[in-house]
Design a protein around this ligand. Structure first.
Ligand SMILES: C[S@@+](CC[C@H](N)C(=O)[O-])C[C@H]1O[C@@H](n2cnc3c(N)ncnc32)[C@H](O)[C@@H]1O
Length: 673
């Protein structure tokens, strides 16, 4: 498709014209050409169908075309889809803006597996093959969903494109039980022939979809918007689990108003309806315009009747321009997905502006070089954080990204809180799903510094005013050593008494950053003979709060289980670790990953982790068994967990001195002297 750049134009409504010539790039090459022309045409045709072989991820079929697609990122997409599906269950509406969509296969998953009412996929790449790929993936997903619902009411529409019970991928599907009253119509997914023939058939289906696109102009956006409308989904069926979850979140103040007062995606800007929460951004963020005159828009408010249409949109604009355009038109999305290469902080302000209160913001960064502390000046510019080369540098990458987003949001009166964080070794890739709510009170107590003592191996959380005292006092603050002197039971909630180092835990909710004490003695006076304390290597400011929301993760795990989502979600042949039975750092079965994240979400755990093979091996005669050490620490009253960033590491609120004592006394592993 030649997406012509035109000057800002008034909105066009429902104008039907093909995005691109429907015959372009078809295979086989037309007959009646000279041998040379035919050879050239065949070469062109071959390249036209390259990438059109069918792939599969978590049961969703798609083509990658010329787009960037990484199977290893399946876990990140699984988690995003689960969070999105819960969002729709709770609010009855899901409008997704995926501004760096590549092939659009993620958008297809939001349609099929999260029941999105609207998916708008954008990718800067304007070439025809990319556009066709996105068109095919999104339109076949939306149409298949609708047709399955229509053809067999009571069956799962997602099965049309999802292998609902595919044992190899554990595809599973969404939870529709009611059928739609209308069929999607249009070309269906080419499921038949394999090889070049199948690829050509899919390519033809894409061309047919392209010919059916309605091309509209949105006010202020100079790029064409291709859109397709499909029959609406049935209203979200009540889900007790999601209801319980919504209550939990609402009572903890992290979720904005549930029902919206607006028809999401309705064509005409709507005014707020009575009863909308001030926190729901719904009062300030009325419905979108744009496709206004193009017919009724997708989505619906909770409690509304089913939305009039379900919409797919494709654009090829710069992400920042598109996000800002949505903000300018007061068109806010329930999920804004920014899956960029490198650092994505340049997109943060506009992405935050485009998300609805109570909605989700999914951020990805692949800036491993910066997060490892190797280019601190670059990180300072991008994240406002001065990172250091610490043993937990990859966690630093997550915390830098969250911190930058949280602070940027705070400047705009928006509070962002992690739903989940995910580090993936390939890339590396840092992903965070954040929930946006409206509040002038941001969680500044979770925006500070982390310190590491390279001598003793301890980690510290530091407030702004305790920076001057950023020294290690490991040798004077082991709780267990102290308890030997004054025999007493280790507290069940170790966080109650632990204040520094690995034992540094979050301050009480009312505490100001200054109350996060600087490292210092935890009770026993420091002997006068103690050598001068070791200065810490300090990094920040960054997010020092929890990386995940445990309640959200539990709801996601329950949803995954309900769908039968297990394994890596990829066909065996596409699994990063090949046919290896055991999980690797590049591919972990979903249920295992979710359990790990839930463990990590224990709010008593301090930031940072302790590597068994590095930190502990250097201090003990032999590396302790990870799980036995975790168990022993828990028995001593400490919080302890595995770590998703590094399989041979532990998280704990015990300081190194206590970890070593536990290893010595409970596991019989002597210290190195
Ligand atoms: C990591 S890929 C996206 C992968 C995709 N989300 C998935 O799950 O398969 C990043 C995409 O962003 C696009 N991109 C890069 N810069 C962009 C920009 N400024 N605006 C919009 N898209 C951009 C690239 O063309 C590329 O396709």
């Amino acid at each position: 498709m030649q997406v012509a750049a035109r000057g800002p134009a008034a909105l066009t409504s429902g104008r039907q014209r093909p995005c691109r010539p429907a015959c372009a790039g078809l295979w086989p090459a037309p007959t009646g050409l000279s041998a040379r022309c035919r050879a050239t045409a065949e070469v062109e045709a071959d390249s036209a169908v390259a990438g059109w072989e069918e792939r599969e991820e978590r049961g969703t079929r798609f083509v990658a075309g010329p787009a960037f697609y990484r199977p290893e990122s399946c876990a990140g997409r699984d988690l995003a889809v689960l969070a999105a599906a819960l969002q729709r269950k709770r609010t009855g509406r899901l409008r997704v803006l995926d501004v760096m969509a590549a092939s659009g296969m993620r958008g297809a998953r939001y349609l099929l597996q999260a029941d999105a009412d609207e998916v708008w996929c954008n990718d800067l790449a304007p070439d025809a093959a990319m556009h066709s790929t996105m068109t095919y993936n999104l339109c076949t997903a939306a149409a298949a969903h609708a047709e399955a619902a229509n053809a067999a009411p009571g069956t799962d529409p997602a099965a049309a494109n999802s292998h609902a019970s595919n044992a190899s991928t554990n595809g599973g599907s969404s939870d529709h039980s009611a059928g739609s009253s209308a069929a999607g119509g249009g070309p269906v997914a080419a499921d038949g022939p394999a090889g070049a023939e199948g690829a050509a058939a899919r390519r033809q289906a894409a061309a047919a979809w392209e010919a059916r696109a309605r091309v509209v102009r949105l006010e202020g956006l100079t790029r064409d918007v291709c859109e397709w409308d499909f029959p609406p989904l049935p209203p979200a069926s009540p889900d007790p689990e999601a209801g319980v979850k919504a209550e939990t979140i609402a009572s903890s103040g992290t979720l904005g108003a549930q029902p919206s007062d607006e028809g999401a995606g309705t064509s005409q800007p709507t005014s707020s309806s009575p009863g909308a929460s001030a926190e729901g951004r719904t009062e300030e963020r009325p419905g979108p315009e744009g496709s206004a005159q193009a017919g009724p828009g997708p989505g619906s408010s909770a409690g509304d009747a089913a939305a009039p249409v379900r919409r797919v949109r494709i654009t090829h604009a710069d992400a920042n321009r598109l996000l800002t355009n949505c903000f300018m038109r007061e068109d806010y999305y329930d999920l804004v997905d920014v899956d960029s290469f490198g650092s994505e902080t340049q997109f943060l302000p506009a992405a935050i502006d485009a998300v609805r209160f109570g909605g989700l913001l999914y951020l990805t960064s692949t800036d491993g070089f910066t997060s490892s502390g190797k280019r601190p000046e670059r990180a300072l510019a991008a994240y406002g954080c001065y990172p250091r080369a610490t043993p937990w540098a990859n966690e630093q990458g997550l915390r830098m990204l969250i911190g930058a987003a949280v602070r940027e949001a705070a400047a705009r009166g928006v509070v962002l809180r992690p739903v989940f964080s995910l580090y993936s070794y390939h890339g590396p890739v840092f992903r965070v799903m954040l929930r946006a709510t409206s509040s002038a009170e941001w969680e500044s107590r979770h925006y500070g510094f982390l310190g590491h003592c390279f001598v003793h191996g301890d980690n510290y959380t530091l407030g702004w005013r305790s920076l001057a005292g950023a020294v290690c006092r490991c040798d004077s603050r082991g709780k267990l050593r102290k308890s030997e002197e004054e025999p007493q039971q280790a507290p069940a909630d170790a966080s109650a008494s632990a204040v520094e180092g690995s034992a540094a835990t979050e301050p009480e909710p009312s505490a100001s950053p200054d109350e996060v004490k600087a490292p210092g003695p935890s009770g026993a006076p420091t002997p006068t003979s103690t050598p001068a304390p070791t200065p810490l290597v300090v990094a920040g400011p960054m997010w020092t709060g929890p990386l995940h929301d445990a309640a959200e993760l539990r709801a996601m795990a329950a949803e995954a289980e309900r769908r039968g989502w297990t394994g890596t979600g990829l066909p065996k042949s596409a699994e990063p670790g090949g046919n290896r039975a055991k999980s690797s750092r590049n591919s972990r079965p979903l249920q295992e990953l979710l359990q790990l994240l839930i463990e990590e979400a224990d709010p008593r755990l301090a930031p940072g982790f302790i590597s068994v093979d590095d930190s502990l091996s250097r201090r003990l005669a032999r590396p302790p068994p990870r799980d036995a050490l975790i168990e022993a620490l828990r028995e001593e009253g400490f919080a302890a967990a595995r770590c998703h960033l590094e399989s041979r590491a532990i998280r704990t609120n015990a300081c190194m001195e206590d970890v070593l004592t536990v290893a010595e006394q409970r596991l019989g592993i002597k210290r190195r002297r």
